[in-house]
Design a protein around this ligand. Structure first.
Ligand code: HEC
Length: 434
């Protein structure tokens, strides 16, 4: 039996590659290229455009880009420059496209998308030939930095690598893992997790697993499928810390094995970048009333025909003698071909179904724990629907590699139940349309 492996090796979305061509075309980001006709600065942007970029983009695309963003979006010259990923296009063309891209939006989640009004401002500016700004803009504030979230508890454990990761200049995109073993002894509850970001220039996002076994303490290349254990926390720029409700904590006893996975991005090919990013964790001997647990809905019975699609709905009914469980959060998970994942209760008494997770359209880059406060009771049925399109020449089946597919909806809940709830997926009855 290999259930926890199925559960969390599922996270091979981590191995998605950001395919952006490399360019050494570094350029200055401030207006040094001489005088414009109007007010002496051809680099200035009109204030309405400037405001959008400074509030929604420059947290990453600032004068020194952060979190793997490949270029600044500060001056007019940044927008009219050739794009890194496609030198035949200008950056402003990609901006217009990515701001509307539902699958890979900019800004990326959890940062708010551009509003229709903001998109219209941008479109009007492009249509007008991208004139330089004439006014001095008031700093709209609000942009600036993304601060990693803080915890309401006081962290007592720092999970960090035993040596920093040194990112080679030629590597654009890399997943690294390291393990940390913590001697717990008598039972404690883990109640809070927050990222400890070291080098924000190259850290794209990070994950924390409670692993089944010890891993090397130095950063080692890895993919999601290499990690066997439970995914406790995910952080991407703008995301929250993980805090458990006062009713529950994740049980830790004896030696706890943790694995931290960091997704690095260095599209610009910067030299000499190092990083020791990790997590701060709160544990306590003042045990909460309940142990928290994680299980998943979904199915492993997946076969998507070449040049075809698959739409599958699976019903899982909880054992009738199960007591009520409280959901804390949910995290849909598929791979690259996924289009839709949803999970909801199927009430028999005519009441409204409770939403247990919705990803439509599915976005490979947006895998976070969503807050959820559904109560599930013995005998309740949950329906989980997954849909995929397969443009390729070969059938795609369930599997852990990114080229395989998955349909899991992870659920963090309490009180923790017996093993048969680990992967209800095995006992679900599914209906398929191809
Ligand atoms: C949380 C950080 C973050 C924010 C905020 C953000 N970006 Fe990005 N951006 C990235 C990263 C990382 C990449 C490279 C990976 C990718 O293309 O998805 C990127 C890539 C891009 C690209 C593609 C570049 C190429 O050559 O393909 C465009 C265009 C872009 N961003 C525009 C924007 C705009 C416009 C905004 C604001 C409206 C914005 N971004 C906000 C992090 C961010």
């Amino acid at each position: 039996m290999n259930r926890s492996r199925c559960l969390f090796s599922a996270l091979s979305f981590l191995s998605a590659l950001v395919v952006v061509a490399c360019s050494d075309a570094e350029k200055g980001s401030s207006g040094t290229s001489g005088s414009g006709p109007e007010n002496g600065n051809a680099e200035a942007l009109p204030c309405d455009v400037d405001k959008i970029l400074s509030t929604k983009c420059q947290t990453c695309h600032g004068a020194s880009p952060k979190f793997g963003a490949p270029f600044p979006l500060v001056d007019r010259s940044d927008l009219v420059a050739p794009a890194v990923s496609d030198p035949n296009k200008k950056v402003y063309e990609l901006v217009a496209a990515r701001a509307r891209d539902t699958a890979r939006p900019m800004p990326p989640p959890p940062t708010e998308r551009l509003t229709a009004a903001e998109l219209a401002i941008f479109d009007r500016w492009i249509a007008a030939g991208m004139p330089a700004g004439k006014d001095t803009c008031v700093d709209p504030g609000g942009g600036g930095t993304i601060d990693p979230p803080t915890l309401s508890c006081t962290p007592d454990v720092l999970l960090a690598p035993s040596a920093p990761y040194v990112m080679p200049k030629g590597v654009q995109d890399q997943y690294m893992c390291y393990g940390v073993d913590v001697e717990i002894g008598q039972k404690r509850h883990l109640v809070g997790i927050a990222p400890q970001i070291d080098n924000s220039t190259i850290v794209h996002h990070i994950l924390l697993f409670k692993a089944d076994e010890a891993s090397p303490s130095t950063p080692t290349p890895c993919e999601g499928g290499d990690i066997q254990g439970a995914l406790l926390s995910v952080w991407a720029p703008g995301g929250k810390a993980t805090e458990l409700p006062l009713e529950a904590g994740f049980p830790l006893e004896g030696t706890a094995h943790f694995v931290v996975q960091v997704h690095y991005s260095n599209i610009k090919g910067l030299d000499g970048q190092q990083d020791s990013t990790g997590f701060n964790v709160c544990t306590t001997t003042e045990l909460r009333p309940n142990d928290a647990g994680i299980f998943s809905f979904g199915t492993e019975d997946i076969n998507i025909p070449p040049h075809g699609s698959l739409d599958v709905s699976c019903d899982y009914q909880f054992p009738r003698d199960m007591g009520a469980i409280s959901v804390i959060s949910v995290m849909p998970h598929m791979h690259n071909l996924g289009k839709h994942l949803s999970s909801n209760t199927v009430p028999t008494d005519g009441s409204e179904p409770s939403n247990l997770g919705l990803a439509d359209p599915w976005n490979f880059d947006n895998q976070i724990w969503y807050d959820n406060d559904t109560i599930l009771r013995g005998g309740d049925t949950v329906r989980t629907r997954c849909a995929w399109d397969n443009p390729g020449n070969r059938a795609v089946e369930f599997g852990e590699r990114t080229v395989d597919e998955m349909c899991y909806n992870f659920v963090m809940y309490y009180p923790s139940q017996e093993i048969e709830l680990t992967t209800p997926t095995d006992d679900a009855s599914c209906v398929t349309t191809k």
